[in-house]
Each structure stands twice: as C-alpha cells, then as structure tokens.
Design a protein around this ligand. Structure first.
Ligand code: CP3
Length: 354
C-alpha cells in the first residue's frame, strides 16, 4: 500500500474520524490564479494544456502550493470522452465548449465508438500517472468524469445550453435514441474511470452538472439510472485501499435518498440544499461534500469565515463531511479569498471533531 501523508479527504468520504474537516474546491485549478493563466498561455489553448502531461500536472499542483488543500483533482475536462468519440471538441473564446459534429439522430449514435482509455484517452492516463508521481503522497488524487446525461446534453446541443431544447425534444419524441447514447456513455465512463483508478486516482467523482434540469421521473430514468450503472461497474478497491465514489448532481437536493441508493460513498451538494437537513436524510448512509455558494468568495474574509462557520454548525458534530464549494470557483475571485476560505475550514472545524 502506497503511503499517504494526509488521508483526511479519503477518511471523511468513508465517514471515518479526522482531526479537522478536509477541504478542496471544485475547479481549484483555473483562471482565478495568475499562474494558471501563464501556464495556459504557454500551452496555447485549453485542450493542449489537458493533453500535455507535464503542464496538466503543473496546473493541478498550483493551487496546492498556495493553499493547504486536502486533495488534488486531475486537471482535465468532462468533455474528453465525447471528443474521443469523434465529435470534434473546440473552445470558442468567451462562448465555452462546442462540438463540430453534434448528435442528431439514431445513425449518429450507432456510429459512436466506445473509446479505449489507454488509446484515444491515453493523454488523460498519462496526466494521472504524472500527477500521482509528483504529489509524492502529500494528498490523494481525485479522478473524474461527467455523468452520461450531462455529457449527452453537450453532445446533442452542440455546446452549452440554457433551455436544453434539442435534447429534451429527443427525450420526449424519441427516447430510445437517447437511451442508446446514454448506454454507450455509461460503458465509456466505466472504462475511463477504472483506467484512471488503475493509473493512480485514489477517489473518483461524477459531475452531473445538468441533472437538475429534469423532472424527478426523468432524472431517475435518464440520469440516475446510468450513474447507478457506473457505480456498479467501478473498481471499488485499488492499492489495498477503498476508492470512494462521489456523485454530484447540481440541483439534485430533492433526490438525495435515491442518489444514496446507488451505493455511492458520498453525495456532492450545491448551496441550495441545507447541509443539516441533508445529513438528517442520508448522513447515516453516505458522506456529504459541500456546500458554500462560490459567490460568497466575493465577500470579505470575515464574511467568508461567517459562512464557513454556519455550514460547519449546520453539519454539526462528527465525521463524514468534505468541505467544498457548491459549484466551481468563479474566475474573478481574489486568490486571497480562496486562502481565507481554506484556512477558516481547518481552524473552525477542529471543534466539531472532538
Ligand atoms: O476542478 C478542477 O480544478 C479540475 C478541472 C476541471 C475542469 N473542468 C477544467 C476546466 C473539471 C473537474 C471540469 C469539469 C467540467 N467541465 C464540468 C463539470 C463541472 C461543472 O463546472 O459543472 C463541465 C460542465 C465542463 C465543461 C466545460 N469545460 C465548460 C462549461 C468550460 C468553461 C468554458 C469557459 O470558457 O468558461 C470548460 C473549460 C474548462 N474546463 C476550463 C477549466 C479550467 C476553462 C478553460 C480555460 O482555461 O479557458
């Protein structure tokens, strides 16, 4: 078993005792850090940064040099799978991700390959291996993927969306096309995450950024069903240690019991759910990750500390909480405010672990 100097994050996901509450930030490597912008400029564009293992490793480690974070997250993107399927991912400045060949019909779905993670996605595995080596056991490394539903929204809409018109049209007029696509995506995600685990990821997280735009019934049938399949298909142990899996559905606060039923180890919460209520509902079954509104980081360090304090109090005494933001850090947040956040979590949480 490889040695891990700080295993608070893994212990909290398994609801084991820790000295303080572990903390990391979704999108902790990114444009709010000037050193990220410099490395990205060196790489040229975002996907070139993802495909260069040394530079991807460098930006993964940048936030850890600034802040005493309890976990590192692989620097990559959820859209690597559709890109490897041949949809032609590109980024339009200020517009977000785009696909040159979106999915429109059954024939498109039939043609989709299930990518081999050690071939088309080998650059991701190389990044995982490089990061693990350079972390030198300081903190665990988180691997990740998008959920099948969330990936499908980008693949059908051709990019980001607000109304999800095309995919909802497909869902309500020809659901078998969508199910065939989600099935291929679930298979691809299982292979991809297991390859990340074999390459050295010590925990994995599934980002279901758009599950919350569905009705409860459609969430179960089109998103949760496929995440459950993935949880069933994952390697749950590696290097003699449990590899915990966290499911994060943004806007999923109504469905926590059903999410816990998948057998995941932890649930990610956005800020619209009260963490104390969430703990009462599912805290005896899973750990909880979250859930400060990332916009609180626009406030003063004193205001940030106040919010951290109220979330810690809401969760209450005991283990099974990984502190995080309820969604990714905004790109115009002052880096010192992120520092004040991390410091406040460690300092104020000790009292809850006695
Ligand atoms: O958390 C981390 O630090 C790890 C890296 C990470 C990125 N994307 C880097 C990234 C992770 C975990 C993601 C996940 C991701 N990507 C999600 C799910 C999480 C969420 O935020 O809901 C989604 C929906 C995507 C798709 C995507 N990729 C979007 C919407 C964008 C933003 C486009 C823009 O211009 O703002 C990206 C690009 C992206 N992924 C950036 C980063 C740091 C910005 C790229 C840049 O440097 O310009």
């Amino acid at each position: 078993m490889s040695e891990l100097k700080n295993d608070r994050y893994l212990r909290a996901l398994l609801r084991q005792p820790t000295d303080v509450t572990p903390v990391w930030m979704m999108r902790q490597a990114g444009r709010y850090l000037p050193e990220y912008k410099a490395t990205r400029a060196e790489a040229g564009d975002f996907m070139s940064l993802c495909k260069n293992a040394e530079l991807a490793c460098e930006v993964t480690l940048q936030p850890l040099r600034r802040y005493p974070l309890d976990a590192a997250i692989l620097f990559s993107d959820i859209l690597t799978i559709p890109d490897a399927m041949g949809l032609g991912l590109y980024f339009e400045t200020g517009e977000g991700p785009r696909f040159s060949s979106p999915i429109t019909c059954a024939a498109d779905v039939k043609k989709l390959p299930v990518p081999d993670p050690e071939q088309e996605l080998q650059y991701v595995m190389n990044a995982v291996r490089t990061i693990r080596k350079n972390l030198q056991g300081e903190v665990p490394l988180i691997g990740f993927s998008g959920s099948p539903w969330t990936l499908a929204t980008y693949m059908v809409e051709g990019g980001s969306s607000k109304a999800f018109t095309k995919i909802k049209k497909m869902m309500y007029s020809d659901p078998s096309i969508l199910h065939a696509m989600l099935d291929k995506l679930a298979e691809s995600v299982i292979l991809y995450l297991n390859a990340q685990i074999r390459a050295g990821a010590q925990s994995v997280m599934i980002f279901d950024t758009w599950g919350g735009v569905l009705t409860g019934r459609d969430y179960r049938n089109f998103s949760l069903y496929y995440m459950h399949k993935i949880v069933d298909g994952l390697l749950h142990e590696n290097e003699g240690r449990r590899v915990p899996v966290t499911l994060f559905t943004k806007g999923g606060g109504q469905w926590l019991e059903q999410i816990a039923d998948t057998g995941c180890d932890a649930i990610g919460l956005d800020w619209t759910t009260d963490i104390g209520h969430a703990r009462e509902r599912v805290g005896h079954r899973v750990a909880l990750q979250g859930n400060m509104d990332p916009s609180v980081l626009y406030g003063s360090p004193a205001r940030i500390e106040q919010e951290v304090s109220s979330i810690l109090e809401g969760f209450g005494q005991g283990d099974g909480h990984v502190f995080n933001l309820g969604h990714g850090i905004h790109q115009d947040v002052p880096p010192e405010h992120a520092g004040a956040f991390v410091e406040a979590v460690h300092r104020l949480s000790a009292a809850y672990h006695k």
